[in-house]
Design a protein. Sequence first.
Length: 203
Amino acid sequence: MEIPLLSTAYLPPVEYISILAKHTVVEVETQEHFVKQTYRNRAVILSANGPLALIIPLKKGKNNNQLITEVEIDYSSNWQTAHWRSIASAYGGSAYYEHYADYFSPFYTKRYQFLFEFNAHLLNQLLVLFKLKCDVKYTDSFIPLSKVDNDYRYTISPKVKSNFQPKPYRQVFSEKFGFVPEMSSLDLLFNVGNRSVEFLQQS
């Protein structure tokens, strides 16, 4: 089976994590140029008002011409506090928020210079909490499109309609919205906890 190829992602969606749950090895692209309006620097959580995008601000410049590993986070606004408050507000009433919150809160006080490094550390934490034994490797050269069948770098995107069908689970605001797919993997973890792998493998 060909190794899946993924982009870096901030608190990636359930579809992204489901790929890690179904493979022993994946590769994350390090040699692409930054792509705007993607999960590379945004996550979508389910708030009391519906889906909410959390976007990491980046330092100004020609980001589209920068290697993804060279893109720097902009701390001129207090986005860390804003993101953590939004997460706490959205999931404070979830079944497993108290169990997992302390694993994520340090990411919203420590300052990482580079987006890629921040995402990689967060992904490692997610692998541990989801209890996934997937080996995440990093590319050393750019892999052209169409060279890999399992290429998800540009298809797992808020701009692309996904064919992924997650197994529904109870969300904090299910009575208000019904089941809302395509949320951050944080949504699954806080709502389902140690049964998350079962939902990932059945999606």
